[in-house]
Design a protein around this ligand. Structure first.
Ligand SMILES: [Zn+2]
Ligand SMILES: [Zn+2]
Ligand SMILES: [Zn+2]
Length: 121
């Protein structure tokens, strides 16, 4: 892989490639155009073989950037309309991996409760 090379066969200077590579480097995501599926590796079914529309290739809700950053504008999730497809190198939905790494700690987090609600103690 040689992102941003203008001479390598698989190089690209397209800004969309930056988003794909950011997925690897900052989000810890794996490629979804490679994997163990015998009939081809891709994510998602909606983009690959679904009906035309927002979730199909080049649609505004097509996923996933880690499969084809040129046909997709989003990372995949577990959402039923455009769910992650198993068997690619990415072990689960990309948004699941991002959430695991960067998710909000929630109501138990240190800063979740303001001092104004605290009455005693
Ligand atoms: Zn990649
Ligand atoms: Zn993905
Ligand atoms: Zn996926």
């Amino acid at each position: 892989m040689a992102p941003f090379s203008v001479s390598a066969n698989n190089g690209s200077t397209n800004p969309r490639t930056l988003i794909h590579e950011l997925g690897h480097l900052a989000m810890g995501l794996e490629d979804e155009y490679m994997g163990v599926n015998l009939n081809g590796n891709y994510c998602t079914e909606a983009r690959h073989s679904g009906p035309a529309g927002d979730f199909s290739a080049f649609g505004i809700r097509a996923a996933c950037i880690m499969d084809s950053q040129f046909q997709s504008s989003k990372y995949c999730s577990s959402h039923k309309d455009s769910a992650h497809r198993a068997g690619t190198w990415q072990p689960g939905p990309c948004w699941g991996t991002v959430h695991d790494s960067y998710g909000d700690p929630g109501p138990g987090g240190r800063l979740a409760r303001g001092s104004s609600s605290k009455t005693a103690g």
